[in-house]
Design a protein around this ligand. Sequence first.
Ligand code: PMP
Length: 435
Amino acid sequence: YPGHAATDDALLERRSDAYSPIQGHYYARPPRIERGWREHLVDVDGRHYLDMVNNVTLLGHGHPVIARAAEQQWRLLNTNSRFHYSAVAELSERLLETVPHGAFDTVLLVNSGTEAVDLALRLGRAFSGRADVACVEESYHGWSLAADAVSTSTSDNPRANETRPPWVHVLDAPNAYRGRHRGDGAGTAYAHDAVIRIAEWAAAGTPVGTFIAEPRNGNAGGIAVPAGYLGPVYDAVRAGGGVVVSDEVQVGYGRQGSVFWGFEEHGVVPDIVTIAKGMGNGHPLGAVITRTEVIDALADQGAIFSSAGGSTLSSRIGVTVLDVLRDEDLQGNALRVGERLRHELERLADRHRLIGAVHGRGLYLGVELVRDRETLEPASEETRLLCDRLLELGVIVQPTGDRGNVLKVKPPLCLSSGSADFFVTTLERALDEVG
Ligand code: PMP
């Protein structure tokens, strides 16, 4: 069938020989994709795929405005942020315009989400004067020593929960669908448990200096952090002298449609925001947004300098991404198309019992597949088969979560309603065959 016919086996073999397989690839026999346009990918045989996976390409593939801005900037100048040029100031100001006024006043630019998280943890440690960090189960925050230490997802590391360093403390995943507390009131119940744990860690001489969590559990499939959870947890950490980080790398930057930042949904304001992925539309770009006093705490421990972070090129691309996001009203599109998609997926759930829940908001959705709606037995094998079949039918989507039973739906924000409908129709066809 077409996707497989396009596979360039020899190239794949060269890749496996020369590039470490520890960083794997989608699909056992992936199509060879060399072009993209908006939410579409095109393989070397000219076959088109609907890309429901690329949240990094926030604006869409091959965006001409980004390509032009990048080319112009390359021709003019690309240097590091120790030089004086307009783009670094412009991007920092534009980022500060997106966060609550008065709560944040400064930005640091880096190259990735991992770097942003690593820096946030360093800042949290310096500002609170405490090494201990609390995070939640089933999360992913990056691959550096510190970011990996707070990454608890067993889909990335099957031994994650047995191998955390002693300064990392793990709270239950506040999952109101399949966790210990379910339904209405779950947020308050999880918060109650978390506040007790935080007090216990303090009593044991390991008070939490930094709390890091996503405002919506991205890695688990866009599963909501239930209302009433983050507020009390933030309060408890701060009351004990700690700071709180909202990791917005996955779910922030307008993707949820109704809000630009995920924390807004919870009526809370963190001390530190981390962001990357979509802010460069695929160009390596990340940021930490915080208060000057937090950064000042690190000042007597050395400077922070990244050779490419905040470079002329990266900053120019960052500004242009924000321009396009605004000019094309892509957050609005995420809201409109995302709601339509969610609605259609929920209707599909009425017809297909394999769909246990449709999680998420805007264009960050998770379709959780279960064998039994009472026991919630994960349909992990079926999810894998569905993804393989969807590839054959021209849709790229991947399983996520610790049980591998959630279809993670996070396409470029320019997704058209026609493409959303195509996704639902194709998923229905695949479910008829697999489920
Ligand atoms: N935080 C979260 C929530 C993420 O999902 C990721 C990447 N998936 C990261 C941090 C790390 O970002 P990067 O891959 O840019 O290093």
